[in-house]
Design a binder for this molecule. Sequence first.
Ligand SMILES: Nc1ncnc2c1ncn2[C@@H]1O[C@H](COP(=O)(O)OP(=O)(O)OP(=O)(O)O)[C@@H](O)[C@H]1O
Ligand SMILES: [Mg+2]
Length: 394
Amino acid sequence: MGTPTAPAPGPSAVATHLVGLRVRDVRTYVEADVELGPGLTVVAGPNGAGKTNLLEAAYLACTGRSFRQAADADLVRRGAEVGHAAATVMAPSGPSVFSVGIDPAAPRGRRLRVDGSPVETLLDHPARPRMSVFLPDRMVLVKGGPALRRAHLDQLLAVLRPASMPVRRAFHEALRQRNALLSSLRARGADAERARGELAPWDRTLAEAAAGLTVARRETAEAIRPAVNERAVQLGLSGELEISYRPRADEDPDVVLAALQERHAGDLERGFTHHGPHRDDLAVRRDGRLITRFGSQGEQRLSLLALLLGEADVMEDASGSRPVLLLDDVMSELDADRRERLVGLISERGQALVTVTEAGHVPGADDPVVGRIDVTPGSAVASALASGGRAGSA
Ligand SMILES: Nc1ncnc2c1ncn2[C@@H]1O[C@H](COP(=O)(O)OP(=O)(O)OP(=O)(O)O)[C@@H](O)[C@H]1O
Ligand SMILES: [Mg+2]
């Protein structure tokens, strides 16, 4: 992640996408072999049929990981001993097959391969498609507490500001050490004078890293803001969507240092550091009001979509490769107009797999450019192949 990838595809190049997926004994699947087109594919089937499982298998084959943090034993179909998922990927450099073999009883864990050769990780392979995933669970990103948004911001930071990763690690390490010292000082009943002396070196280290992390997070939030805003408008979210970083610490290490020193007594009393970027938030506001508190269900969903699509745009600009969109159950709670806008947007973006219980929930699902996979318990069958997005997509 974050390492330089192939140059941006030119107008004639085909963006990296999956052309086929082969699944054996993963989740509900006994076996599924589907072909995939480069544009929008609708994955339709009743509740519990295995639609989310199919998206998960695609993600698994290309990354070696589940997007649900599942244990190996959960991924392998109940009653089977081993599971396997393979994706044939078409990249500008040519086709490759990414695969993962899962054997919960094996001591060495998942077996990852590219074109049949074992690899340690699939993540840094140049032909691997990047994937942007929308899962209903991710609504906690707009509905839930700041910890998830901080983690999300740091994931973006890893992609967009890879050079700042050492400062992030340094911050967490210094925070851990300082907290350990605080709890030890507290346990020893140390007085203020002694605490000041022992904390001094950690205050300085922590202040430097905190200021650096604050700058990197602010830059990351600023980098995505215009794209997220634009996507929100296109999705028909009324009012202005604003993403803003809410830092707790200053960008000047001396100011952070002073703030840490000022709080020695309180930190000592609690036994941990309460000032710093470990308490930051990323605020998502619509017309000045926090979407977390004031947004309707549909507005929160549109905000999350705008966030994910906007980020995908920025990552595409940064890496030169267009992420494949895996959108699970994205249509529910959206009205007809918003569904239409969303479908328009994603079909312009390249490959997207969208799950729905009824194909009719995707406006234009019958359009010949749109592919279709019908999922029934145990298998998935492609009944139409996406022929590639609309005008402008490569
Ligand atoms: N390892 C496994 N072996 C067999 N079945 C499994 C396994 N893991 C999950 N399942 C089953 O998969 C089904 C859920 O599949 P999935 O989440 O893909 O459904 P879905 O089509 O997305 O449904 P919905 O429309 O409700 O979202 C559940 O019935 C669950 O019991
Ligand atoms: Mg599902």
